[in-house]
Ligand binder design. Sequence first.
Ligand code: NAD
Length: 281
Amino acid sequence: MAKLIDGKVISTQIKDEVKAEVSKLADSGITVSLAVIQVGADPASSVYVRNKKKACEYCGIKSLSYELPESTTQDELLDLIRELNGRKDCNGILVQLPLPGHIDEEKILDEISPLKDVDGFHPMNVGALSIGKKGFVSCTPAGVIELIKRSGVEISGKECVVIGRSNIVGKPMAMLLLRENGTVTVTHSKTADLKAVTNRADILVVAIGKPKMIDASYVKDGATVIDVGIHRGEDGKLCGDVDFESVEPKAGAITPVPGGVGPMTIAMLMKNCVTSVDLQK
Ligand code: NAD
């Protein structure tokens, strides 16, 4: 039976560490704050935004809330970001995605100051990660590294395979595993023999976006399996990209869905808010 990697417990540890740091900063007169911008009222986005604000409250981070109408123009949103870039009482800026179709997401994300880009999506931060400089790291892959390390799994020297090469998960995930001295292979939809590659993995990180695609036949005995995927099935239940029932008896350690990677993303966002104070010094 695999060891269960509990994202709820580990994310709470991280939020408690953030809370302590925020309180220490407050003692020296520094307030940590995060601007959360939502355009429109997409129900899924509203849930994410609400959870981010709740996490801010838990950690003692001040959240500046901008709930803008669907009709907001690109120029209006750019103006707000420029204003927040210049404000001393705003450390981090988060624009909830997706944005309405008439707004160019890339243009918006590129406008956020790299020193306030707590999502870690700005090209400057992506570049900083790839050459080992200080900067913000995308929250989900940063959370995966914390899950692995805090579960006592060694990354250095291990065969690490990432399935998926998206800009927000797969690619930064590979860079982070490399930074931890893993031997990293990135696979994707054009990989010729996926199973042959994944069966080499001591650590397998799955970020495909296909419900329960990875069963036991993709997994080496005793591997650590991290499931980034999140889907709501027709039965209303959440599941990941990994077929948990099939893989769990074969893996050495595994994350569940829900309660694995999911809670880590927000915890790492909170950690990035504290990092922003340091970067802006
Ligand atoms: P994406 O669609 O941008 O990328 C999917 C990747 O999977 C692509 O690089 C593609 O090449 C690869 N892929 C697709 N089919 C494949 C196949 N048959 N074999 C091998 N590779 C294949 O998705 P994403 O944004 O990286 O997200 C991946 C999953 O993670 C989704 O389920 C998403 O909902 C979830 N996610 C969760 C969190 C979280 O906080 N838990 C955060 C971000 C994404």
